[in-house]
Design a protein around this ligand. Structure first.
Ligand code: ZN
Length: 411
């Protein structure tokens, strides 16, 4: 078979992406489709009927993850899975997640119209609540599938109306059997928008994703003393905010000397008592840092933990608490190489890269061979209504997945 000649239908892909964006489309052409909300249930039904129309069988598991299966020749063999998520954040975009699910749909449509019967089954997966926007945490269901999260705890997660995930699951009509869970696959492939500016800035078409970067999260508490802002001479103060200012300068000086791929963020800060005539007695702030090498993350931890001994803390006390960390996940080398080879053969420009954002694939990769590719995000934007990936870039990415699926299922 001359598999290189088979390509996806770009017009159909674009039309389908727009059709799915109608489920929850916002005024500014974004999408709000929170997990298991009415509009999510509608898009799930639509997805199911599109799959069934192709002769696929659709089941869901006990976390409402959906699996649409195209039967192959040897159906007792592990399937090749293509998947991502149909849920979005509030006022998110038209590409994040849904592109990866519709990649699977377009691949199957292409196979069916070309009369290709795969050797092994092909599954298109929609993983529930990747975003964690309605029910925390993010990547909830892949976390349960991989054993990283406890299901009973997840069922108790509540949305802002006080409804639990367990209740939403019961009401959804998509709560299936645990035995339907994805347990074994020949490969799990996820196409996702990059959500960062690298591919666009380097004018590259495809990112072959080798893994997801590890990260560490700290909370840092600086304690001083509150006094009157008018009557306390400067040398007699213990100003927690001035101390924090010095600490941040110290953090930046030291962190910037580490690897240039290190990213770090002070995303939250609370100043107490937060009254303009009172010297702040307490500042609590978070610091998260991400890097692919454990060694660099350890250096970050040393810098943060060393802050308690800082000479420049305005007579304040500093306490650092590590909240959680997560090691870098490396995807399956064989699948990564296959995706790279396919990209090269088709002739797309690409680079190997690691993801700074979390994805279901990172949990799924802990028990089955998994890898991802990225397509460029205009201005690096995502989780926003103006999230955009050009149709041609979507098409390129889906063609890489199609050729990879053909490689894995027709040889
Ligand atoms: Zn996503």
């Amino acid at each position: 078979m001359e598999k290189q000649k088979i390509l996806i239908n770009a017009v159909r892909l674009k039309d389908t992406l727009e059709e799915f964006a109608d489920f929850g489309r916002t005024e500014n052409n974004g999408v709000t489709r929170l997990a298991l909300s009415d509009v999510d249930l509608k898009v799930r039904k639509h997805f199911q009927s599109e799959c069934e129309h192709l002769g696929m069988t659709v089941v869901s598991d006990d976390m409402a993850n959906m699996y649409a299966t195209l039967a192959g020749i040897n159906n007792d063999q592990p399937p090749v899975v293509v998947g991502s998520h149909l849920d979005s954040v509030k006022k998110g975009g038209r590409f994040d997640g849904v592109l990866g699910v519709l990649t699977g749909l377009e691949v199957v449509r292409t196979l069916v119209e070309n009369g290709i019967k795969p050797q092994v089954p092909i599954v298109v997966a929609n993983i529930t609540n990747e975003e964690g926007a309605r029910f925390e945490p993010a990547m909830m269901s892949s976390g349960v599938l991989s054993g990283r999260f406890d299901k009973a705890t997840m069922l108790q997660s509540t949305d802002t109306d006080g409804l639990t995930f367990g209740e939403a699951l019961k009401n959804s009509g998509f709560e299936g059997k645990e035995e339907n869970r994805l347990t074994d696959a020949a490969a799990f492939l996820e196409l996702h928008i990059e959500q960062g500016p690298i591919l666009e800035s380097e004018s590259l078409q495809i990112g072959v994703v080798e893994g997801v970067v590890g990260m560490v999260n700290y909370e840092i508490e600086v304690s001083g003393e509150s006094d009157h802002a008018g009557t306390t001479p400067m040398p007699m103060r213990k100003d927690a905010l001035f101390a924090t200012n010095n600490l941040i300068t110290e953090i930046r000086e030291k962190m910037n000397k580490l690897d240039d791929k290190l990213v770090y963020t002070i995303g939250r800060m609370n100043v107490s008592p937060n009254i303009h005539t009172v010297i702040p007695n307490k500042v609590v702030f978070t610091l998260e840092a991400r890097h692919q090498d454990t060694k660099t993350i350890r250096q970050v931890e040393e810098i943060i933990e060393g802050l308690t001994e800082s000479s420049d803390k305005e007579k304040c006390e500093v306490k650092t608490t590590k909240q959680w960390d997560r090691n870098t996940v490396w995807f399956d080398k064989k699948i990564v190489n296959l995706l790279e080879q396919t990209t090269k053969t088709i002739g797309y420009s690409y680079k190997r890269m690691v993801s700074g954002a979390g994805h279901d694939s990172q949990f799924i990769s802990t028990y089955t061979p998994t890898a991802m590719i990225f397509v460029p995000s205009v201005n690096g934007k995502s989780h926003a209504e103006d999230e955009l990936t050009f149709w041609e870039d979507c098409e390129n990415g889906v063609n890489v997945i199609l050729q990879t699926v053909l490689d894995l299922t027709t040889k």
